[in-house]
Design a protein around this ligand. Structure first.
Ligand code: FE2
Length: 300
């Protein structure tokens, strides 16, 4: 089943990148095999969107990206989107109405208290699935796009992170609970350790369409299709300001390393980049056919 799997080169650079023409077959969103023609689902996964610079960059380019890559379904990690910590209902609704379909999150999702009530009513905003069972909200969303069933799962790593339940066991339980009709399965593993994320990729290989890492805010260059057909990338990277330290003001973060007296850091406001990946998934099998990193500078 891997005969058609491939790793496409990352694109980086300025705004002109948005004009790079796609291969004709990719524009048609189909691929050919000797026996069948399968439809492809094109998924955009955006890494941690940090503060207003990240939101502004994403909102400015989202429609371009969706059109350029013929995106059917867009997911972003939203745990840092409001000033670097959590999200507000108003920001979430704005992003949903602007073309984001589902938001995953991580350790900062409940930093703003209004999320506690909002997440109960908004199933498209996920909290980590391996939080305690009675935590408000859900860690998995299921729905349908183009008549194809989709699941999105948000997981939190445990290495160098605050305590959480076993993400491997919870992932296994959630995937086992899914009907075979749910072909497209996307997993965000929000974790610090590369080893934990790679292990999750292999653990879920062949059972989900993609395992994409978030949380470190630094994009890795290890995108690939694993042996059984799962697209994998250790970290999607940050969508936000690159003039600071992982999206926060450099002075605030340097101070945290050099002094025992520090305050909550503010988000950086300088040059922004948009980071993520585009994944092509065979709608008939749920297996990934390609993964392409997105890493674009943003010129307001
Ligand atoms: Fe995080």
């Amino acid at each position: 089943m891997n005969g058609y799997a491939g790793i496409l080169p990352a694109r980086s650079g300025g705004r002109h990148d948005a004009c790079v023409p796609a291969h004709p077959l990719r524009l048609l969103s189909i691929y050919y095999s000797p026996f069948t023609i399968h439809e492809l689902m094109k998924v955009l996964m955006i890494g941690d969107v940090v503060g207003k610079p990240g939101r502004t960059a994403l909102l400015d380019r989202l429609q371009d990206l969706k059109e350029q890559h013929a995106i059917d379904f867009a997911v972003m990690n939203a745990e840092n989107v409001a000033g670097g910590f959590s999200i507000t209902p108003a920001i979430a609704e704005h992003l949903f109405s602007s073309g984001i379909d589902v938001m995953t999150s991580g350790n900062h999702i409940f930093d703003k208290h209004e999320v506690v009530e909002y997440i109960k009513k908004q199933p498209r905003l996920l909290r980590p699935a391996n939080y305690p069972p009675h935590t408000p909200g859900n860690g998995m969303w299921t729905g349908e796009v183009k008549g194809v069933r989709i699941a999105v799962i948000s997981l939190l790593g445990r290495v160098f992170m605050q305590p959480a339940d076993d993400p491997f066991r919870i992932a296994n339980e959630l995937i086992t609970s899914l009907s075979n009709e749910v072909k497209i399965r996307l997993v965000d593993i929000h974790a610090e350790a590369t080893s934990e994320k790679i292990a999750m990729g292999w653990f879920l290989d062949g059972r989900v369409s993609a395992v994409l890492g978030t949380h470190t805010h630094v994009q890795t260059a290890d995108e690939r299709i694993l042996h059984q057909g799962t697209a994998y990338l250790t970290d999607l990277g940050m969508t936000g300001s690159y003039g600071g330290v992982i999206g926060m003001k450099k002075g605030d973060i340097i101070n945290r390393f050099t002094s025992p007296i520090h305050r909550k850091p503010d988000h950086s406001k300088s040059e922004a980049r948009i980071c993520g990946a585009v994944i092509e998934v065979d709608e008939a099998t749920g297996h990934a056919r390609a993964i392409e990193r997105i890493n674009l500078s943003h010129e307001p």
